[in-house]
Structures are given as C-alpha cells and as structure tokens.
Design a protein around this ligand. Structure first.
Ligand code: NAD
Length: 278
C-alpha cells in the first residue's frame, strides 16, 4: 500500500541506489540518470569485469568517486542502499532480487525473463519480509500506455496478435513486454477461436508463439531498440497500437518513478501501470 504522505525533495535525504549491471546498456543509462538527479545518491555499481574501477570513468561520465564492486552481496551489505536497480541477465535476476529482499533492500527490476513461478515466489518473499519491490517488463511510459490501451481495446476486438521487435542482442523471446501485454489482454478478452481451426504450419514457428489463445511474434534485428505492435482485427477493419523506444533514455522516467514509489511499498508490484494514476 502507498503511504499518503509524499516525499519532499528539499527535506528528504536522497534515495541511496545501487545498480546491478551498471556497465550494461541499460545500467549505464540508469547510472547517468541517478548521477544527474539530486533526488538520488548513486552508491555502487556491480560488475564482475570492472571491480575497483570508477563507474563514471568507465561509462564515459568522467570520475564520480563511486567504484564498481564485483559482488552484489558485498555491495548490499556494506553500502546499505535503499534500492537495488537490476538490469542484468535472465539467469541472474531472480537470485539478485531474492538477495535484495532478504537483506531489506527494495529491488526495482527491469531485467526480463522471469517466469510466472518466479514472480509468485518473489511476491511471497517480498510480503514475508515486508520489503517493497517493483518489477516492470517495460519502463517506457508510452509502452505502458500501449499495454493499458490494448487491454481496453480487447473488450471490443477479441481477435488480436502481437508483434514485438528488438535489437539482435536480446536474450529472451518473446519480450517481457509482449507477455505482459498478452496477460493484460487476456484479462479483458472473451475466449474466441482465432484463425482457421484447420490451420497448419508448413514452416515451424511461422505462426509465432501461442499464449492465452493468440499469437506472439518476435523479430530480432540490428538497428532496432524496442518496438511493439498490437494488431486487432474485426470484420472490415483492423486497429493497430504501436510503440517505439528509439533510445534507452525512454525508460528513465519510468525507472525514476519506480525508485521513488518503491520506497512507499511493502509488497511487490509487477508492471508500471499499477504505479500510474488513471
Ligand atoms: P546488456 O547485455 O547491455 O547488460 C547486461 C549487464 O549484466 C552487463 O553489464 C553484464 O556484465 C551484466 N551481467 C551479465 N551476466 C551477469 C551475471 N551473471 N550477474 C550479474 N551481472 C551480469 O543488456 P541490456 O540491454 O542493458 O539489458 C539488460 C536487461 O534489461 C535485459 O533483460 C533486457 O531485456 C532488459 N530491458 C528491460 C527494459 C525495461 O524497460 N524493463 C528495457 C530494456 C532492457
């Protein structure tokens, strides 16, 4: 639950934030945002390959007096951040989030690839320790609005397919955003038989992945950042919602919002849409 009082920037101490994956593409953008905003104090970056090096110098900001640690546990225990921001890899994120919750540090997680089972277990751990957490498959506000609008449109257009497009270094497919969009659509959509019941793939995978009764397609190409189309079809018409992140700075207002809101939570929130006022 949110507390009703709001934080006043002039009287409240900056929120102390550590970043796991601080040398990655998203992590670098987060560090830049934290260093430039006086509401935050960036206390530690975690990177196994850069231990001991100045984070600012490594990521092109010039020296900032904060070094990389090669151990998340040491960073959480010694630096006592209020919040851990995680933009790492699917195989590390669950353990990182568990570790933060167990040590009383609020996780804000952007790394995708967590399963429904993982989310259930992390929600339980967050409640058990009464430590707030935010996990969001997409921190771009425009993408979150696209998901919310898609969920509304599904009431009137139950026939739908999702096409998500990302840069070719992305490890998981489909994207966390596509899965979350599908989940939100499914909650608002009447069960329908989509496509021809006798449909047959003559090339495996041609019709994409199947979830909640409809299809999700993943495209991976250099030159892309993060894009998604949700296409609804009805008699005589189609309706397309599209969002494009063309630079990673598009995610930063959402990350900032999540860091501020997680300070007021005592449970796990999955999806930035739950932090936006209607
Ligand atoms: P990246 O490969 O540039 O960075 C990943 C970082 O994780 C690197 O610094 C790497 O050194 C570190 N790392 C690798 N293995 C690790 C391990 N075992 N333990 C700890 N750290 C490890 O990736 P990226 O483009 O920055 O994306 C990171 C994650 O964020 C991906 O899961 C991506 O899908 C996700 N993402 C989420 C959003 C969102 O809005 N939620 C937006 C963009 C990307």
């Amino acid at each position: 639950m949110f507390r009703l009082h709001s934080r006043n920037a002039s009287t409240v101490k900056p929120i102390r934030v550590a970043v796991a994956g601080a040398n990655g593409r998203m992590g670098r953008e987060v560090v830049k945002m934290l260093v430039e905003d006086e509401a935050f104090s960036f206390v530690r970056g975690v990177s196994r390959s850069q231990a001991g090096n100045d984070v600012g110098e490594t990521i092109g900001l010039g020296p900032i007096g904060v070094t990389f640690s090669d151990s998340l546990e040491t960073a959480l225990l010694e630096d006592r951040p209020d919040v851990l921001v995680d933009f790492t890899v699917p195989e590390a994120v669950k353990r990182h989030t568990e570790m933060a919750l167990e040590l009383g540090v609020r996780p804000v997680v952007g790394t995708t690839g967590l399963t429904e089972q993982d989310l259930t277990e992390l929600a339980r751990l967050s409640e058990e320790h009464r430590v707030g957490a935010v996990i969001a498959p997409n921190f771009a506000l425009g993408a979150v609005l696209m998901m919310m609008f898609a969920a509304r449109a599904a009431k009137y257009f139950p026939h739908v397919e999702i096409i998500e497009m990302h840069h070719d270094q992305k490890l998981d497919a489909p994207s966390g955003t596509a899965l979350k969009t599908a989940e939100m659509i499914a909650q608002n959509r009447d069960e329908v038989q989509q496509g021809h019941p006798g449909e047959k793939e003559t090339l495996e995978g041609a019709r994409g992945g199947y979830r909640y009764g409809f299809r999700i397609h993943s495209i991976r190409l250099p030159g892309l950042v993060a894009h998604q189309e949700v296409i609804f079809g009805g008699p005589g018409q189609t309706f397309t919602l599209r969002h494009d992140s063309i630079h990673r700075e598009s995610f930063m207002p959402g990350v900032k919002l999540a860091i501020q809101k997680v300070m007021e939570l005592d449970h796990l929130v999955y999806g930035l849409e739950h932090l936006l006022k209607e």
